[in-house]
Design a protein around this ligand. Structure first.
Ligand SMILES: Cc1ncc(COP(=O)(O)O)c(C=O)c1O
Length: 421
């Protein structure tokens, strides 16, 4: 349906109509048409904790968290205060020079990262952190090829885009099929075959691929990847943009699966949803180029001092013992609630869970898209997985409580009854 007719049917307030029309005219015509057509005419207004409100007042629990950007909630008061405090004395800084805020964050990341990961490079986004990881791995190994998962997502910039969904990279003539090899998730034989010629710089994976609906790897998959990389002189890169910062019950998913990568990427929630910052943390060996080529990666806004000061506080809260305790308790409570719902609603046919990393499988090819749309009017936003639309990503905030989880499960049951019925 053309946008004007959809808007007439939805009868938004003048303020919301203007936002939708301007976004449609100048910014994202395709997205505006798809969302409004799918019954999700969302323009986010007020936001607080694990909720936000559409401009016209519709209140929603946020079970999407924009991939973990809001792990700690929207506008967490301590995080807002940390940013305000930083603004009193700092600005983005000058990226050519050392800085206190950058140094502190890098030192803390080295302490908290698994194994002997040591050097950090800060970027304005997760995509660019993936780019830097790929370049660093290529330089360290003097090899060009990268192996990644067919159903992985690592961002939309040049190299990160080529490492992800082939169709999207090819659309922009930015796929490099000779250099970026894709393997199915869970298939160690395919990785072995790709690594055997000795030309692969790195295997780049999300420990639990988000856009594929969070399939939980078998216990031997990630250790198996680690062993194959070691055997073939290939580096292992863990993109923890979604799985990191406490979501699995450990600070990093790699720790939850008992592996140590050579490079680890973080982003999204690192800036507490208030400031864009990403990071790649790498071993001394991989980061050797930092000794040789001081300006090998330059970014005016990467490692902004405001972002670093805030990220240090966000990292502390994500890594705090009380946060891990809450994640463990909530995970258990959620697992029990989901098992109960699954027992009574066969349309919910699969539950994938590692801590608060949760993918819900529904019976039918686009069933999770229908569930997203059915949950919206109940007052909950959760996003289907782009590469497998049978699965819904169900991201509970690290600091949420049982009452919040129960409220969300109640809405899930309402939507299940509606869609399956
Ligand atoms: C696993 C993963 N890696 C990388 C990215 C890219 O991060 P950004 O959008 O900050 O560039 C995303 C974003 O959704 C992601 O989910």
């Amino acid at each position: 349906m053309p946008l004007p007719e959809t808007l007439d049917r939805l009868s938004p307030s003048p303020r919301k109509r203007q936002a939708l029309e301007q976004n449609h005219a100048y910014l994202m015509p395709n997205r505006v048409e798809l969302w409004t057509g799918a019954g999700v005419p969302l323009v986010i207004g007020k936001r607080e904790g694990y909720r936000f409100w559409d401009l016209d007042g519709h209140e929603l629990q946020d079970l999407h968290l924009n991939g973990g950007t809001y792990n700690l909630g929207h506008r967490h008061p301590e995080m807002v205060a940390a940013l305000a405090e930083a603004l009193e004395t700092l600005d983005v800084g000058n990226h050519h020079f050392p800085s206190e805020a950058r140094g502190r964050l890098a030192a803390r990341l080295a302490e908290l990262a698994p194994g002997d990961l040591h050097y950090s490079v800060f970027t304005p986004s997760g995509s660019e952190a993936n780019d830097v990881a790929i370049k660093s791995a290529r330089h360290a190994t003097e090899r060009r090829k990268i192996v990644s998962l067919e159903a992985g997502y690592h961002g939309a910039s040049g190299l990160s885009g080529a490492a992800g969904d082939d169709a999207n990279a090819a659309y922009f003539l930015s796929d490099y099929p000779d250099e970026f090899l894709k393997v199915p998730f869970g298939d160690l034989d395919a990785v072995e075959k790709a690594l055997a010629p000795g030309e692969v710089a790195a295997v780049l994976i999300e420990p639990i691929p988000a856009t594929f609906g969070f399939p939980i790897p078998s216990d031997d998959y990630l250790p198996g990847l680690r062993a194959l990389c070691d055997r073939h002189g290939t580096l292992l890169v863990a993109d923890e943009v979604q799985t990191g910062l406490g979501r699995t019950g450990r600070l990093w998913a790699c720790e939850a699966f008992g592996i140590e990568p050579d490079l680890l990427i973080t982003g999204k929630g690192l800036g507490a949803g208030l400031y864009p910052i990403g990071a790649v943390v790498m071993s001394r060996r991989v980061g050797e180029w930092l000794h040789e080529r001081g300006w090998g990666y330059v970014s005016t806004f990467g490692g902004s001092e405001l972002g670093c000061a805030l990220a240090l506080r966000a990292l502390e809260l994500c890594a705090a013992e009380k946060t891990a305790r809450n994640v463990a308790e909530l995970s258990e409570h959620l697992a029990a609630g989901l098992a109960d719902l699954r027992g009574r609603h066969p349309f919910l046919c699969d539950v994938r869970q590692k801590g608060l990393v949760v993918g819900l499988g529904f019976d039918g090819p686009n069933a999770a898209m229908r569930m997203s749309a059915a949950l919206y009017p109940t007052g909950l936003w959760a996003m289907f997985a782009g590469f497998d639309r049978r699965y819904l990503q169900w991201k509970t905030g690290l600091l949420a409580d049982r009452a919040y989880v129960d409220e969300a499960l109640g809405k899930l049951e309402t939507a299940l009854t509606k869609v399956a019925g």
